[in-house]
Design a binder for this molecule. Sequence first.
Ligand SMILES: *Cc1c(COP(=O)(O)O)cnc(C)c1O
Length: 408
Amino acid sequence: MTQIRLRGAVAPLRRPGATQRRATVDAMVAALRPEEPLHCLRPQAVTDAARAFVAAFPGDVLYAVKCNAEPAMLRAVAAGGVAHFDCASDAEVRLVRSMFPGAAIHFMHPVKSRAAIRAAWAQHGVSDFVLDADAELTKILQETGGGDLGLVVRLALPKGSAAYDLSGKFGAAPAEAAALLRAARPHAARLGLSFHVGSQCMDPAAWTRALALAAEVIAAAGVAVDIVDVGGGFPVAYPGSTPPPLAAFMAAIRDGAALLPPGVRLWAEPGRALVAGGASVVVQVQQRRGDALYVNDGVYGALSDAGAPGFRFPHRLVRAGGDPVAAVARDFTLFGPTCDSADVMKGPWTLPADVREGDWIEVGQLGAYGTALRTAFNGFDRAHVAEVSDAPMLATAGYDTAAPARAA
Ligand SMILES: *Cc1c(COP(=O)(O)O)cnc(C)c1O
């Protein structure tokens, strides 16, 4: 049989030879003068954030791998004490298993392919699966043959206060979730109920409300539940958006958890909160037209959230050779490299008024959903990766690293 060759749709981030390490983004730019987008990773910031979250959360912490699956980021999360991984695909399961033979992997996608369930169960030692419908329960039982199974029912939440609603597509309504808990109980060595309040959720009370609903569902189900998974969604700082400190979210979770039956174990699945500060992307200005800057990365690259979702990111100019820059600032719009007119990032991006071709812009807080969302559209998928040890451009309260954040 012919071997099918799998080719990645997106070029992997390139390491020119051995991983380049410099103290700061400026030193890295001076050394590499990058003409392609340069992802500057900060593994230490990720390790610090993971450690802070693990220390604060009263239960098991699962890292949501989709948020950033770069091996250096996964290693940094693990170094912070995270030993559980929330995976959503066969490829994520394989990657995590290849890196961490002893890690606990949880398959948290509510609609899985049969092949992915089989491989996870039979080859990769995965025994926890999420579901939000009867049909998925049947599929999991058929493909695993049953045994030491953890079954987690995903509960849909009413639309809340997060930047991204994650209940529009997945999750069972409360009555249905109660019925699924009853149906799954006889097959589950561990039975759980999970929810996701939505990504970048600024309101700690969203977790208290969700836990109160979870408690009602468990009572309605009338069966014992071993785990409640409070999902991800923990916010980080972006310009003009300062979340309450981590402790406020933990207090809200403790308040909600008090409504659960005694002995229930808590899980959380943070993504963004652990890795957002862990990468800056350095883009280069290829042309200036008035207030418009044409740069070498955009919404089909690492800057997806700066496009239609309108997220603002900390940013600053890096000029080659330390040449002086204008003291006066001005607001710019960035255009990405693809031919699509939607490849625009309105910002506003406030930069020295004399920005010119060849200048670089460091864009911070891109460790979450930056690298992970790159595409090969129009052939603009080349990017380099390097490691720096300066502090993230913005700090998020409660995840503080030893070094103070730099002003954006
Ligand atoms: C995306 C996702 C997460 C991580 O969400 P963040 O907002 O990045 O914390 C966790 N759990 C599930 C089920 C998800 O889909």
